[in-house]
Design a protein around this ligand. Structure first.
Ligand SMILES: Cc1ncc(COP(=O)(O)O)c(C=O)c1O
Length: 371
């Protein structure tokens, strides 16, 4: 199966470790195992459990403990709605290959994580792009969606909170999207990898809690700072999850037992981790905001969620060239908009170490002084 190059991942693989200041990272400063266990206050027990663990394939769908903990992130789910996957990337992939067939009509927002439109395209679906525009604060424009939706639309793919824009659709807008989907009996698939990273602590409903044909993916990577565990999940209607399982048998068997165990500890202590992460995000966002406001060449839609933002620049230079200049002349890694079909922007990840952000922005300012 031919598939388009995954712009963001290719760029990250090539350049992420090349600069001193990584402002491309989308995780909230990742936790050490030690830090996770300290937060949970159960280091001794956890180490003892892990040392005694016999490393079989473990529970194939993911442990009951973990599926129960994941289900508690949602209002309506039980463990039977949940299947554990290799990160949200594995979850997204499984959702799309289970749901989408050649010739199906699919709508996907853009910008977003590229899987949401490139996998359906590769399968041979008829994909319509719903462009998120700056004038709409990068939120879904319902009138635009109405123009794209057809009686045969199979699924509408959205991403909430959104990577890269940091925008978040609230309940009223989500319900409008679901209403349109319901009229044509379509699914709404929402990548909720940044779920709960709403900067003011507001709770936004998960798609599966407001729509019967809603499907959600998530993971411990961003919200819980544990990307190294590679644990994600799908939440969906039980008949859909059973179909996912048939596909998953071909590419997963099970996820790692130790990863499953540690992810469950994180979810059992989710409020503490979330508090740590929202504090760090808001602190760093203030630094970013001051920098943007004092910089005549840069503007942005201030993010309300997640860990990333799109920086718009007014210089006459392609984003890839600007990113490479930043890397070579200022040792700053930042993603070019061209990697996510958003020319004229750079994507910043600002939720990592504060010192790296400060120094990276300073180095960027010096480069901009040349313009
Ligand atoms: C929107 C979105 N979905 C999915 C993923 C994949 O995340 P995971 O580490 O859980 O596989 C990412 C990673 O950057 C992402 O930004």
């Amino acid at each position: 199966m031919k598939i388009k190059d995954f712009g963001v991942e290719i760029w990250m693989n090539k350049y992420e470790d090349e600069g001193k200041y990584n402002l491309a990272e989308t995780c909230v400063a990742s936790l050490k195992t030690k830090e996770l266990l300290e937060i949970a206050g159960n280091t001794e027990k956890a180490i003892a459990d892990i040392l005694e663990m016999r490393l079989t394939y473990g529970a194939i769908k993911g442990s009951e403990n973990l599926r129960n903990s994941v289900s508690k992130l949602y209002e309506k789910a039980t463990k039977d709605n949940i299947i554990i996957t290799h990160g949200a990337i594995g979850g997204n992939s499984l959702v799309l290959e289970t749901l989408v067939e050649k010739g199906d009509h699919v709508i996907s927002v853009l910008p977003t994580y590229q899987q949401l439109y490139s996998i359906p395209e590769a399968i041979g679906a008829d994909v319509d792009i719903l462009k998120l525009k700056e004038e709409d604060n990068f939120l879904v424009n319902i009138e635009d969606l109405k123009k794209l939706i057809k009686p045969e639309t199979k699924v509408i793919n959205i991403n909430n909170p959104n990577n890269p824009t940091g925008s978040v659709m609230k309940e009223a807008l989500l319900r409008e999207i679901c209403k349109l989907a319901e009229e044509v009996d379509a699914y709404v698939f929402c990548d909720e990898t940044y779920g709960d990273l709403i900067h003011n602590g507001e709770k936004i409903p998960r798609i599966t809690d407001i729509y019967d044909k809603g499907i959600s993916t998530g993971s411990v990577s961003k919200t819980y700072s544990l990307a190294g565990l590679r644990i994600g999940w799908i939440n969906g209607p039980i008949d859909f999850i059973e179909n996912v399982f048939k596909h998953r048998d071909y590419n997963t068997i099970s996820c790692g037992m130790i990863d499953d165990y540690l992810a469950n500890i994180a979810l059992e202590n989710k409020d503490k981790i979330l508090k740590r992460n929202l504090e760090l995000i808001n602190k760093n966002k203030n630094i970013l905001d001051k920098w943007v406001n004092s910089n005549p060449h840069i503007s942005y839609i201030k993010p309300e969620s997640g860990t990333t933002a799109l920086l718009k620049y007014d210089m006459d230079i392609p984003s890839e060239e600007l990113s490479l200049k930043l890397l070579k002349e200022a040792s700053v890694v930042m993603l070019p908009g061209s990697a996510m079909e958003m020319e004229g922007y750079l994507r910043i990840g600002y939720a990592n170490y504060t010192e790296v952000l400060e120094k990276g922005l300073e180095a960027f300012s010096k480069l901009l002084e040349k313009y």
